[in-house]
Design a protein around this ligand. Structure first.
Ligand SMILES: NC(=O)c1ccc[n+]([C@@H]2O[C@H](COP(=O)([O-])OP(=O)(O)OC[C@H]3O[C@@H](n4cnc5c(N)ncnc54)[C@H](OP(=O)(O)O)[C@@H]3O)[C@@H](O)[C@H]2O)c1
Length: 264
């Protein structure tokens, strides 16, 4: 006899309905993940941040407490460590008690450079770490998320419009999009949804770390050539993840948030 699908509690598909839920933000100490933390706190969700740099993590926790000053200490938790480390992920889920949703923004442009210009060992390490991390999160989430829960990954529009020297990071991002669709099918019987957000250029510390984009002026000048005349904000990028957490009928989707850049 087929297993009976677990019941999913009925709730509004608006992000406000995330009040009282707990969200694991793997990569929550900066940029889009941190912006997601602030949006989630503003609707009354608890967050557990995971990031490697303990100082950056502590600053992020302080930032979120400042955003919602009336909260109590248990509303914003943090676990320092690598998002690809299963022990770190287990600790984050344990600290959460019950995690309802997971949003993965951990990552960067590791492995960038001309394919033959990188030592094989470095390239292999980047591919290993970049691909293993989403799988490690997926395995932890699959084991722990309840019916009605969701997992949201991050990707980027360079997957559709590759740039030279980005073969390794883009291959990982492309694999994450495939993982999203495959896992959505695998976890649907457990009523756990899996989606991804594919970003264009979003104003975060990661984008600002790229050559020539280190100041407000440089960001504004570069963004003026984009279809909407600017780059996106971290909040605009993060809001799509909240939509995906809240809407219980969306799974296996990769949603592009790029201000129309892939149309131009
Ligand atoms: N911003 C853009 O324009 C853009 C465009 C396309 C795609 N993306 C993708 O979107 C995601 C978020 O980007 P962002 O701009 O918000 O970057 P960000 O500002 O650099 O934030 C990345 C966050 O992830 C954490 N992190 C990185 N590697 C980690 C690891 N191995 N384990 C745990 N935490 C880790 C970082 O903290 P620690 O370094 O301290 O761990 C930080 O909190 C990334 O995957 C990025 O590739 C961004």
């Amino acid at each position: 006899m087929d297993a009976v699908a677990p019941p999913v509690p009925a709730r509004s598909p608006l992000p406000a309905a995330l009040a009282g839920s707990t969200v694991l933000l793997v990569g929550g100490s900066s940029g889009i993940g941190l912006a997601a933390g602030a949006l989630l706190r503003s609707v009354g969700a608890r967050v557990v941040l995971v990031g490697r740099d303990p100082d950056r993590l502590a600053a992020a926790v302080a930032h979120l407490h400042a955003v919602t000053p009336d909260d109590d200490a248990g509303e914003v938790l943090a676990v320092a460590g690598d998002g690809g480390d299963e022990r770190v992920l287990a600790e984050a889920f344990d600290r959460a008690g019950r995690a309802d949703h997971v949003f993965v923004t951990a990552g960067g442009v590791s492995g960038a450079g001309p394919l033959t210009g990188l030592p094989a060992a470095d390239l292999r390490e980047s591919l290993d770490a970049g691909l293993w991390r989403p799988f490690a999160v997926a395995r932890a989430a699959a084991a722990r998320l309840p019916a009605g829960g969701s997992l949201t990954f991050s990707s980027g529009i360079l997957v559709l419009r590759p740039a030279p020297g980005m073969t390794a990071p883009l291959s990982v991002a492309g694999a994450v999009e495939t993982l999203t669709r495959a896992l959505a099918v695998e976890l649907a019987p457990a009523r756990v949804r899996v989606n991804a957000v594919r970003y264009g250029r979003i104003d975060t510390p990661l984008l600002r770390s790229l050559p020539g984009l280190g100041s407000d002026e440089a960001m504004a000048a570069a963004g003026s050539a984009a279809p909407l005349g600017r780059f996106g904000t971290a909040e605009e990028a993060a809001a799509t993840a909240l939509f995906l957490m809240a809407n219980a009928y969306v799974t296996g989707q990769v949603i592009t948030v790029d201000g129309g850049e892939t149309l131009a």
